[in-house]
Each structure stands twice: as structure tokens, then as C-alpha cells.
Design a protein around this ligand. Structure first.
Ligand code: ZN
Length: 581
């Protein structure tokens, strides 16, 4: 078994390992390559637009993270073509081998990038150009492989002129129009061939050779060689569904419904998840991943262990269907914890409307597991992941729960990812993300930003003010942007753009979005009026930053619109991220 995946950068240990395996294969299989060119691969990936060509790396890897093949694609945005520089698996493999899986993924990407087609070199199958029959047989097998995709050598040009007279096996230039059946004009072909030769054979092809080859393109439109191996014109089409590795890894809290506060008016209800899921399922942008179990110490890494133990114990002590509301708040004397478990609730709580019930601990623990599973997907090389969870978590502080939240799932994921790089948490719930602020207030490696209704009128009332900027090393790494009761859509998007500039300056390895949908028009807990199209714009703006992004579900309570707004947000996020890379 193997999976095909695009490798975007060298931020995670997994990707660093994979890239060095690819470099090793390049060194061994292509001894003519300069060590400098091989060494700069990670840099090319990290800064795709710094070089004239955007470098795109796909790997086929097995479950032991061993690279079984790779393809290196260059995308030239201005001339609008793809150049397949290397594809290392045995293309001779028939059926669903690694070579075909890699080549098909490259074609999907070239089509997604709206290129006119793919160009690449193939050694010749003509006895005059390839004298050794054994090698010629291999060359023919490769050309046959590509002919299945209707990719054939460009005919009637001098591309395959040996650099030195008598050189064996000068390559053909092969063209795959990706089934678009659009004629390739002579002048555009000339510009493309020049770019290929100047890039690939810099310092090897003398300028007059390049000139000679470019000028040999006379047919308009350019002609391809007649099919030689595949009789029927049954070219393999390019898939039009979203490739698996580009789908958003979706982890849903499958045990959320065990936590159900049935009091009238308690808006944090199980139907929220179902209404979002129903809409997401109408797209092909998601790939469902089952939640994994993580040790409780992952929760205790962001919450006080006394509080975690308390919540576990008090939940287990409650009768089913009974809700315990905190009612005594010993804020004057924190050294004296009330003995009685039910009375003690207020010792760990910030409000009077978030009850504890028998399953609160289990559901909240499962939500954290989901956020961590989704974070792990990011570490495994996927660019986008979404933990669709309830109960929400962003109001849970290090030693307190409240605001429908028990454990801070986004914070647990941030802590987990922070072992591999800096993390930015952007909270776009209508309410202040006091939980992350409190948990990371002293840290400079986790940037916390929150855009929310001003605490003068919005929950949690006691935090979210502009002058809360972090403490000690963390000074400057907490940003609160409180907004008035009524905000126009334009103003909101401007503010978001400012917050995203702050994230970009921070250059995190990972971005976490605490996604509240209660900023929407008519949400029962908010006062703003964002429309569905605004959520798509917001998603796109966030995606355009191009960071590995984990989205964790927080609030949002208008169940008629939740799903649509979530779908629009993720559609925008997907479009943004994949047009930025
Ligand atoms: Zn909220």
C-alpha cells in the first residue's frame, strides 16, 4: 500500500525525512545533477514563487514513511505550462502501479493550475537515435505508457538533436494536453521550449543550440507524432473529483451527543453538528478520519491537573439526566476549596450557565481527541484539517470551565503542534477566546489573536480588552480586537485582513482557526450580521496565507444557517490555500 501526497514544505520531521529520501534518490539515479541543485530542494518548496518556476513535489510513500517514488513538477505561471522534471517510479508497471498513480496526480494538479498541458522529456524509441536494443526497448515501454494518456513526442522539430554529434539517446519533448484538445500554437511552444532549455540545461546548452531548437518549431499548431503503440483513441481522462491528498481531513466527535443539556434555551445542542455535517457532505472537499484516543496528559498539558481530575470525578458521581449548576464561587479565598464535590463546581467555573453532567468529561475529552487527531493529520503532511466538535472549548482556561466549554481543544492541539514549530491561533468566534489567551499568555511561540464583540457588552465580559497583550516573554503575542455591537461586513473583513497580516508577520509553522459561526446574521448569541458569502471570503483570505491550517469548531447556534456558513467557509479556505501554493 502507498499513498500519493504533495509535500509542501520541510516544517515537520516527517516531511524533512521524506525530502531527504527524495534527494538521496536524485543523487543515486541522476548522477549528472549538480549537488547544489539537489540541496536547494527544501528552499524551493518553502518559497515556491521565489524562483522562476514553482516547484511541486509529489511522493508515493508506504506506511513506514519510505518513499517508493516521486514526481517533481515545475509550474511556470506566466507561460502557463507544467514541466515534469522527474518521475522516478518504474513507468513500465502496468495497471495501478506507483508510476501511473504519480503521473495521474501530476495531471490532476496541472489541470487544477489551469495550465495548457504538461511537457517532459522521454528517451527515443527510434533505432537511429537509440542504438542499444535493450535501452530502446525500455524507452519504447515508457513512450507506450504515456501514449495511454495521449501524451506523445512533438514531431517535426530539432528538439532531439544531440548536443555532440553521435551522442546516443537524445530525448524527445513529449506533450500531454490533459485531454483539453486545445491546439498548441507555434509561438507559445517556442517560448515554452526556450524556457525549458534555459532552465534545465543552464550552462550545458550553448545559446546558438537553444536558438536552433526554438527556430525549428515551424508547424502551427504544433503537431504530435502519430500514435505508435495504442490503437484505440481511448486516452485515460483526468479525474475531476478532488484528489484525496487535497481534501480537508475531517474528524467528527462521534460521541458528542452523549453530552446533551436538555434545559430549554440551552443552545449548545447536538443538532449543531448534524446540521454542519449534512452540508459538508454535499461537497467532495472532505475526507473523513476516525478520532484516535490520546492520553489524558495531553489535556493536562494545557489544563491544571487538579481541575481535570475534578471534572472527571464529579461527572462520574452524577446521576444520568441530572445537571449540576455551579452555585458557590469562592473567589475571595482560593486556598479553601469546598470539600463537597457539587459545591466545588464553582471553584473551577467562570459563570452560572454551564452545567456539569454525567457525560461532560467524556464528551469534552473526545473533542480534544478529535482536535489532536486532526492536528496529527497535519503532522502527517495534509495541509488542511477540521475538527468538527462539540462541546466547544475556547472559553476553557487553564483551571476553569465555562461558556459551554470544558476543555480547550484548540489549545491542546496548539500545544501538541508547538513541539514542531510556532503556532498561531486565530479565534473568529463572536465571543472572546479567553481560554487560549489565558493558557498561552506568557508564551512567545504561540500567538493568540481574537476578533470578538467588545467585553463591555459581550460574554465573557471580564476579558478580551485591547490592552491585554501578553506577559513576560509573551508580551506582544496576545492580540485582542474587540468590535462594537454593530459592524458592517466591510469593516469586519478589514479587521480580519489586519489580523491576518499579524499572523503572516509571525510566520507560524501551523495556523489554528477557532471557528465560531455565531458572527452570522441572526445568531441567537451574537449581534453581527455576516452573510454566507462573507464566510466564503473569510475562508479564502485565511487560505491565501498558505499555512498548514487546522480548524476547530467553536460556537455558532443558528442551526438553519450553520451548515451553509460552514460549507461556504471551507470552500473559500480550500480555494485560498490551493491557489496560494
Ligand atoms: Zn461564541
Amino acid at each position: 500500500m502507498f499513498r500519493i501526497r504533495r509535500v509542501y514544505d520541510d516544517v515537520t520531521p516527517l516531511n524533512r525525512g521524506v525530502i531527504s529520501q527524495v534527494q538521496e534518490i536524485l543523487r543515486n539515479q541522476f548522477p549528472g545533477l549538480s549537488p547544489r541543485d539537489i540541496a536547494k530542494l527544501p528552499k524551493q518548496l518553502r518559497n515556491p514563487l521565489k524562483y522562476r518556476f514553482r516547484t511541486i513535489l509529489f511522493v508515493a510513500e508506504d506506511s513506514k514513511e519510505k518513499v517508493r517514488g516521486f514526481a517533481l513538477l515545475f509550474h511556470a505561471p506566466l507561460l502557463n505550462f507544467g514541466y515534469l522534471d522527474f518521475i522516478s517510479a518504474a513507468e513500465r508497471e502496468t495497471g495501478r502501479g506507483i508510476g501511473s498513480a504519480l503521473y495521474e496526480r501530476v495531471r490532476e494538479e496541472a489541470l487544477f493550475l489551469k495550465t495548457i498541458g504538461l511537457f517532459f522529456e522521454c528517451l527515443p524509441d527510434d533505432p537511429k537515435l537509440s542504438r542499444d536494443p535493450e535501452i530502446r526497448k525500455q524507452n519504447a515501454a515508457r513512450l507506450r505508457f504515456y501514449e495511454r494518456y495521449n501524451a506523445r513526442p512533438i514531431a517535426n522539430t530539432a528538439y532531439e538533436t544531440p548536443l555532440e554529434p553521435g551522442d546516443d539517446n537524445p530525448p524527445y519533448l513529449v506533450y500531454d494536453d490533459l485531454g483539453q484538445e486545445r491546439p498548441l500554437g507555434r509561438d507559445e511552444a517556442k517560448a515554452i521550449v526556450r524556457a525549458i532549455l534555459e532552465r534545465k540545461y543552464r550552462g550545458v546548452c550553448p545559446p546558438d543550440y537553444v536558438e536552433m531548437v526554438v527556430e525549428s518549431f515551424q508547424d502551427d499548431p504544433v503537431k504530435l507524432r502519430k500514435p505508435r503503440y495504442i490503437r484505440k483513441k481511448a486516452a485515460i481522462p483526468v479525474k475531476i473529483t478532488t484528489p484525496l491528498d487535497k481534501r480537508i481531513r475531517l474528524v467528527v466527535n462521534d460521541r458528542h451527543a452523549i453530552h446533551h443539556v436538555e434545559e430549554r434555551g440551552y443552545v449548545e445542542s447536538p443538532v449543531r453538528i448534524d446540521s454542519i455535517l449534512k452540508e459538508l457532505e454535499t461537497t467532495d472537499l472532505f475526507y473523513r478520519v476516525s478520532p484516535r484516543h490520546f492520553a489524558e496528559k495531553r489535556i493536562k498539558a494545557v489544563h491544571s491537573s487538579q481541575f481535570v481530575d475534578y471534572l472527571k470525578r464529579v461527572c462520574a458521581s452524577l446521576e444520568p439526566d441530572k445537571s449540576l449548576y455551579p452555585y458557590v464561587f469562592p473567589i475571595r479565598n482560593v486556598a479553601r476549596r469546598p470539600k463537597e464535590l457539587s459545591i466545588r463546581a464553582g471553584y473551577y467555573c467562570i459563570d452560572t450557565f454551564t452545567p456539569i453532567n454525567r457525560n461532560a468529561y467524556l464528551a469534552a475529552k473526545r473533542a480534544v481527541d478529535c482536535a489532536l487527531t486532526a492536528a496529527k493529520q497535519i503532522l502527517e503532511g495534509y495541509r488542511l484539517a477540521y475538527a468538527l466538535v462539540r462541546p466547544p472549548g475556547h472559553h476553557a482556561e487553564r483551571r476553569d470551565f465555562g461558556g459551554f466549554c470544558y476543555f480547550n481543544s484548540a489549545a491542546a492541539a496548539a500545544e501538541y503542534l508547538s513541539a514542531h514549530g510556532k503556532v498561531a491561533i486565530l479565534d473568529i468566534d463572536y465571543h472572546h477566546g479567553n481560554g487560549q489567551q489565558n493558557i498561552f499568555y506568557d508564551r512567545a511561540d504561540v500567538l493568540t489573536i481574537s476578533i470578538h464583540g467588545h467585553p463591555n457588552f459581550a460574554y465573557p465580559y471580564f476579558s478580551g480588552f485591547e490592552d491585554e497583550k501578553g506577559n513576560g516573554a509573551g508580551k506582544g503575542y496576545n492580540v485582542n480586537i474587540p468590535l462594537p455591537e454593530h459592524v458592517s461586513q466591510e469593516r469586519y473583513l478589514e479587521v480580519l485582513a489586519g489580523a491576518l497580516r499579524r499572523v503572516a508577520r509571525f510566520q507560524p509553522g501551523f495556523l489554528i482557526i477557532a471557528l465560531g459561526l455565531d458572527t452570522a446574521n441572526e445568531d441567537p448569541t451574537g449581534t453581527w450580521s455576516l452573510q454566507s458569502e462573507d464566510f466564503q471570503t473569510m475562508g479564502k483570505m485565511i487560505g491565501l496565507l498558505g499555512f498548514s491550517t487546522l480548524v476547530v469548531q467553536e460556537g455558532g447556534y443558528d442551526t438553519r444557517l450553520l451548515g451553509i456558513n460552514a460549507r461556504r467557509f471551507f470552500t473559500g479556505l480550500w480555494e485560498g490555500i490551493y491557489s496560494s501554493l
